[in-house]
Structure formats: C-alpha cells, structure tokens
Design a protein around this ligand. Structure first.
Ligand code: AMP
Ligand code: MG
Length: 400
C-alpha cells in the first residue's frame, strides 16, 4: 500500500500539464501563467512626484525658512511648460512629472503657503519625494513567471504593462460521478435507507475551488450497466472523479470497472486515515480517482490527490495545501498504524498559532470538515501528542 506521498507521485506521473490558451486580462484571474512576462516598458514612465507639494532646487532651500516664488501649478497628467529657475518653486501634485531643474519635492505639510510665494520650513534631501522612471518595473525584466497564480496584484501589473491578452494554461474539465444505490439527488426526499448525495456537491465545489471546470455526470446505481452508461458521458474530460464503490462491499464496482479490459487499476488503497480505499487508474484513457464514499474521506482524498492533479494540469508550481506549524491546544492520542488527517480548528492567539480537533472524527462526520479549517497531520509511528506540542497542519479554509 503506497504512502500518501508515493500515491501522489504515481498519480502525478499520469497527469500532463494542459496546453496554453490566450485569455483577456479580466479572465486571467485565478489562472496560471503559461509564460514568463517580460516588461516592454518602464514603470513609472517618467520621474514624478510622490507627494502633493513644491518642486524645488536644492541651493534655493539650503536652510529652513527660504521663501520662493510659485512659478506655476502642475497637476498630475501634465508636463511643465518651463524649467524651474533660481528662486522659484512649482506647486506639484502627486504623480505629476518632475519639471526640469527640480531636485526634490517638499511636501505641502512642510511649507507655509502664501498667494504667490511659499516658505519652505524643512530642508529636503536630494531627490526627496521623487519617484524615478523605471523604479517599479525596468524595461526587459521578467516581472511575472510561468506557473505564477494570477491574482489581483498580477492583474494590476499586467494592466500597467497594457497586456490585453494573457497566456495561461487551460482549465481541466473534471467529470464528477457519485455512485451508490442508496444515493439520491437533492430534489428527492430520502426514505428507507436512502441518503442525499453530499459528495456530488462537495466534489463539484472542490473542483471549482481548485480552478477546474466540473462536468457533473449524476449518480450511478451500483450496476455495471448504469456505471458504464454514466461513465460514457465523461469522454471529453481531462480527469474523472467518482465517489463510493471502492470499498470491500459486494456492490463496490468502481475499482472492478477500473480493473477491466481496456482500463487499468494502477493502485487501490493508500496508507492514510481517512481515505484509505482510494482507487487510481485509467478509465477509457482518462485518469480516474475513485474517491472513497464516506464524505470526509472523499474530501480528504480530493485534497491530497485530486487537487494537486488539477493544479498540475493548470500549470501551477505550488500544488499542495498550504502548511502551518501550530501548538496543540489539547493532548491527543492516535492509533499510529497510519498517518491521520484529523480535522482541526487553527486559530491565532497573540503571536502563536494553536490548533485543536473539531470533535468526532468519523469519516462520515462531514460537519468535522465544515467546522474545521485544517488537517492536523498526525504521523505514523507516534501515539501520544502532548498539549503545547508543535504539529503540522494543512489549511483548507480561512482562519483568523
Ligand atoms: P461506499 O464506498 O460506496 O460503500 O460508500 C461508503 C459510505 O459513503 C456509505 O456509507 C455511503 O452511503 C457513503 N456515500 C457514498 N456516496 C455518497 C454520496 N454521494 N454522498 C454522501 N455519502 C455517500
Ligand atoms: Mg457504494
């Protein structure tokens, strides 16, 4: 039985990064760059003022209290029509280009303003409050890198470079199928041992949150015919996710189908808790993760294996959940036969991070995922964890 790391390595060896596509700037949010971005220009494009104030020559203001004639007023968006002469100041607004001859900008707060003159109360340093051409971005430099996630700041940088079109990796189409005779869709009222499919909705949401495009195939009954029929709609998918049908039960057909002619079962079971019965293989040429049916196991196996696969397809360079080290707020015991992904609540208290378990940890207790924000990683081989001890956490939701 492979470890989590080994299983992920095997899965990722079957996953290819998707080709690139060009999207408009506004559509690039949440995507991953397919190329390095090199700046075609300097930003800022001119030396300009960082403050509202007065542009001055240094020799005119070598001691506090110098009074200068206000030669003109320069708003942002305009260039001066004359150079700064001896004994003059130009009233300048933030962002306006520095007039020829000016060596510093004295902010308004450090002056006493008259109608036609201004008194400079503080001696400025050379270049004080001047932002230089190319200070932020130099022409020809690589500003953003292939594999970078495009967030609002990256969008802003691209906009300032006037990139209307951005090369990003395609988003994978991820087919999602729930299985089970007992599973009903949300519009049916369950009775007599039937249950509502939460996994359909968690899987669709997990795919979206990771940046993939979900293709919902519905719920397959536990018959080979229905499973085959539903799976046939996955034809165009880059990845297929199923839930249920991978345990030891008589009707667990997903892994059986993977093991059939034309498909392949690469491995079944991973050394982890929850999520052990994960099956990975190829169905009709599509990499398929047979996620376990228990809702917490479904999500946990998704985070460990499906999310990295989706992110790899999208060209991301960082594909694992973010980690944090936190102190345990309570002592914990753990059956050390396999690594456990205990659901925890991570909080900041002063300068420290603390984490404690959410409560009942059964693999069917989906509220443990909802009330938690992270996994507490309890490694194999260690049974007792004391209060205050540092543990590794993997974050899957916001914390404060
Ligand atoms: P299975 O692996 O098919 O035996 O499923 C394991 C457990 O997960 C059973 O208790 C199922 O009822 C439950 N389960 C399977 N699929 C879903 C689903 N789509 N939504 C909620 N629970 C499910
Ligand atoms: Mg089942």
């Amino acid at each position: 039985m492979p470890s989590v790391e080994k299983a992920r390595e095997i899965i990722l060896s079957y996953i290819k990064t998707l080709p690139q596509e060009k999207v408009s700037l506004e559509k690039a949010l949440g995507r991953y760059l397919a190329e390095d971005i090199v700046s075609p220009l300097e930003i800022p494009s001119t030396d300009n003022s960082a403050m509202d104030g007065y542009a001055v020559r240094l020799e005119d203001v070598s001691s506090p209290g110098a009074t200068l004639a206000i030669a003109s007023v320069l708003p942002a968006g305009y260039t001066a029509d004359h150079a700064l002469e001896k004994g003059q100041a130009i009233k300048i607004m933030t962002g306006a280009p520095i007039p020829p001859g000016a060596e510093a900008v004295v902010k308004r707060e450090d002056t006493t303003e008259g109608a036609a003159t201004v008194t400079i109360n503080k001696v400025p340093k050379k270049h004080e409050n001047i932002r230089f051409r190319g200070e932020d971005i130099r022409i020809g430099t690589t500003i953003l890198h292939e594999g970078d996630l495009v967030g609002p700041a990256q969008i802003g940088v691209l906009a300032s470079m006037r990139r209307l079109v951005v090369p990003v990796r395609q988003r994978p189409l991820v087919a999602v199928l729930a299985t089970g005779d007992e599973i009903l869709d949300i519009d049916e009222v369950p009775s007599g041992g039937k249950i509502t499919s939460s996994n359909s909705y968690t899987m669709i949401s997990l795919v979206k949150a990771a940046g993939g495009i979900p293709l919902y195939l519905g719920i397959a009954r536990d018959t080979r015919e229905d499973l085959e029929k539903k799976l046939s709609a996955a034809r165009k998918a880059d990845l297929l996710l199923t839930s249920g049908g991978v345990s030891m039960g008589d009707y667990d057909l997903v892994k059986t189908v993977m093991a059939e002619e034309g498909n392949s079962l690469v491995f079944w079971k991973v050394d982890m808790k929850p999520g052990r019965p994960l099956a990975f293989g190829m169905i009709r040429g599509i990499p398929t993760l047979g996620l376990p049916g228990n809702p917490v196991s479904t999500m946990t196996a998704f985070y460990q294996f499906a999310r990295p696969a989706i992110l790899k397809m999208m060209g991301a360079h960082s594909i694992l959940l973010p980690r944090a080290r936190a102190r345990l707020s309570v002592a914990l015991e753990h059956k050390a036969d396999r690594p456990e992904f205990m659901r925890g609540i991570l909080v900041r208290q002063g300068d420290d991070l603390f984490v404690g378990p959410t409560g009942p940890q059964g693999s069917g207790v989906l509220t443990s995922m909802a009330s938690g924000n992270c996994y507490i990683i309890l490694p194999q081989g260690k049974t007792n964890f004391s209060q205050g001890e540092f543990v590794e956490c993997e974050l899957y939701h916001e914390f404060s």
